[in-house]
Design a protein around this ligand. Sequence first.
Ligand code: GLA
Length: 370
Amino acid sequence: MNKKVIIESPGRINMIGEHIDYNGGLVMPAATNKKLIIEIEISKGNNSVVRSKLFDESFEINIDSIKKSDVGWHNYIIGVLENLITKRQVRLVNFSCVIGGNLPVGAGVSSSSSLICGVLKGISSINSLDISNEEIIQIAREVEHEFIGVKGGIMDQFTIINGKENKLILLDCSDLSYKYVDANFNKYQILLLNTNVKHNLSETSYNDRVLECSEALEIINRKKNKYKYLVDVPSDVLQNLKSEFQKNIFKRALYVIEEQKRVRDAYKNLLDNDMISLGKLMYESHFGLKNLYEVSCKELDFLVEYSTKKSYVIGSRMMGGGFGGCVINLIEKDDTEGYIKNISRRYQEKFSISLECHIIDVSKGLKLSI
Ligand code: GLA
């Protein structure tokens, strides 16, 4: 039993393959060098205490009487405890937990999964629970589905656990098989632009998209098809059934099928070292997310559209669930500084919000030290 552990839990980026994980397809995420640092220690107090340096806020938990909090981020921790106690029937010791680090919160880089996976790993360690990394991934998803109520895929949790320095992960979400791909972008680098907006529809609309995709698959399979996932449907099969669909459901399915093809092409581009083609696919992905999948917002669109006119931004798209959060850019290193200055000014003028820019290195997955 370790009395005190420190967990470095990264965020995740996704080069391409958005809203594809819960459709059973291929995605291309990576862990980031921006991470949460979570310190967890056994405590002798009557309650457990959690403090976030990021929000400058603390709260207490009575582990014998777990209940949901009205404060969103508390529930990521409470949800972990609830899952272990009620579903896995374990007894837990009281603990104190301090959360810090430099991962932007609520920005589409998966700070929520990073927190859940990190806390799970730490609590598991101080209680000597024998929980494998594979189980961490599954439990973390369960917490998000059941306690938080967001019916997300598996990409974030998988990446946070399995990320590797300088490697993108080509992950097949149908069976969790994967391969690492070199994150070698030549003279380009990854730049995240955090809109600093999170529209409150993000969680309900996310779940709506999950439902719309399963409705699309059901419509297709009603016609004697037997596709397991929407990504498996050939585009001519979808087109031939167009009249069976409501317009918006058809658009969702079309996006998913096209995006999946883009991921396959992006993988080839990376192997061929063809960054320009990879970048083009990123732009296409954005316009699919905006026009067909309808998960973008005016702030994200503004940033991507600004970059379409800059030849040194070879790829740009919204990243993550959408309705706010980040844009991911593939940008020439030498032009980054000037670009940040100009786009930040334009963004401020337009929305009266300050833009937050982060150059990202692809880094390793979650690490626990004692
Ligand atoms: C969120 C979810 C992921 C994934 C992305 C969109 O980050 O947690 O599972 O669906 O949105 O690609």
